[in-house]
Design a protein around this ligand. Structure first.
Ligand code: FAD
Length: 302
């Protein structure tokens, strides 16, 4: 049984892995993939040491650094359950494996929020996407819709007006992004804006063909012909594993103290999945380091 299991493959988990391995803690890293959210980020200008670096390149460097140290990794399967045992924890993965350890760090980050409308799940990957930066070029020359009114949606619009034939921006609320971003984006000749409208349905037989939207003020419904729908309505924490074990806040984030401790002996959490404010790579990496060092102190006391 390893002493420590780290769940996740983003900045928090990979940093925790380096710190744990350098302290010679017998560690197992379990993640669906390596890289996390920065894989969907083009330019990063605020990770110290790099004036500018693309997200995938930065995470490649994290991975290379981690691989310098002896560390067991299982990349691919998702962790689907975490339970407490006498003197430790058990985790189960979706390929039927289970692993036990004396301590666990949850660093599972966040995922895009779904609209939860008919057609969304069925057409996911068939025109429904959650990452304009990653998938935008696939829709060059097409009509598309961007759903959301915050900075992520506006950035998606900014990208898509340059490559799509036409972009419809549909927001449930008035725009909530930064004024500087709104000023840069609104006014493009190939952009129509539907504020205070909700998406009712995404339609299409094998690919997205139409979205149905409804004006919240008048109740009037419209159908927009589009080949792609970019859903940019925020992120939710991947904290399901901790439900019923650790405390979650109203946003579903795992509550931790300044030592990344959840209050359950041996269970730590780090990065975007926690209630630590300011979701940034440098913050997640710092929290990952702290969680591993605190887990070591815990293991030494056993
Ligand atoms: C579009 C965008 C742009 C951004 N730009 C910047 C920027 O310029 N600068 C900046 O500092 N920050 C930026 N951020 C924020 C930054 O990416 C996050 O704060 C950071 O990635 C959080 O790291 P994390 O390790 O906590 O989680 P994540 O990066 O979310 O990684 C979580 C990891 O856990 C894995 N995982 C999740 N659930 C499970 C499970 N059940 N089983 C196994 N593995 C699991 C995932 O596959 C992933 O590898 C941006 C975010 C986005 C979305």
């Amino acid at each position: 049984m390893p002493e420590l299991i780290i769940i996740g493959g983003g900045p928090a988990a990979l940093t925790a892995a380096v710190y744990a391995a350098r302290k010679r803690i017998d560690t197992l890293l379990l993640s669906t993939e390596l890289g996390g959210q920065p894989l969907t980020t083009l330019g990063i200008e605020n990770y110290m040491g790099y004036q500018y670096i693309e997200g995938p390149e930065l995470m490649q460097k994290f991975e290379e650094q981690m691989k310098q140290f002896p560390l067991e990794q299982k990349i691919g399967p998702a962790v689907i359950a975490l339970s407490r045992l006498d003197g430790g924890f058990e985790v189960k993965t979706d390929n039927g494996e289970s692993y036990q350890a004396k301590a666990v760090i949850i660093a599972t980050g966040k995922r895009p929020r779904s609209l939860n409308v008919p057609g969304e799940e069925r057409l996911r990957g068939r025109g429904v996407t959650y990452c304009a930066i990653c998938d935008g070029p696939l829709f060059a020359g097409e009509k598309v819709a961007v759903i959301g009114g915050g900075n992520s949606a506006l950035e998606a619009v900014d990208d898509m007006v340059k490559i799509a034939e036409h972009v419809h921006l549909v927001s449930l609320t008035p725009l909530t992004g930064d004024q500087i971003v709104i000023d840069r984006v609104i006014g493009a000749a190939n952009l129509s804006v539907f504020l205070e409208h909700e998406v009712v349905e995404i339609e299409g037989s094998s690919r997205v063909e139409v979205i149905a939207i409804r004006d919240l003020k008048t109740g009037e419904q419209k159908k927009l012909k589009v080949g792609g729908v970019f859903i940019e309505i925020g992120l939710i924490p991947n904290s399901e594993l901790a439900k019923g074990i650790a405390k979650l806040n109203k946003l579903g984030e795992i509550e931790v103290n300044c030592a990344c401790a959840t209050g359950i002996p041996g269970l730590y959490a780090a990065g975007d999945v926690t209630d630590v404010p300011e979701k940034q790579i440098v913050v997640a990496a710092g929290e990952g380091a702290k969680a591993a060092l605190q887990a070591r102190r815990y293991l030494q006391r056993l």
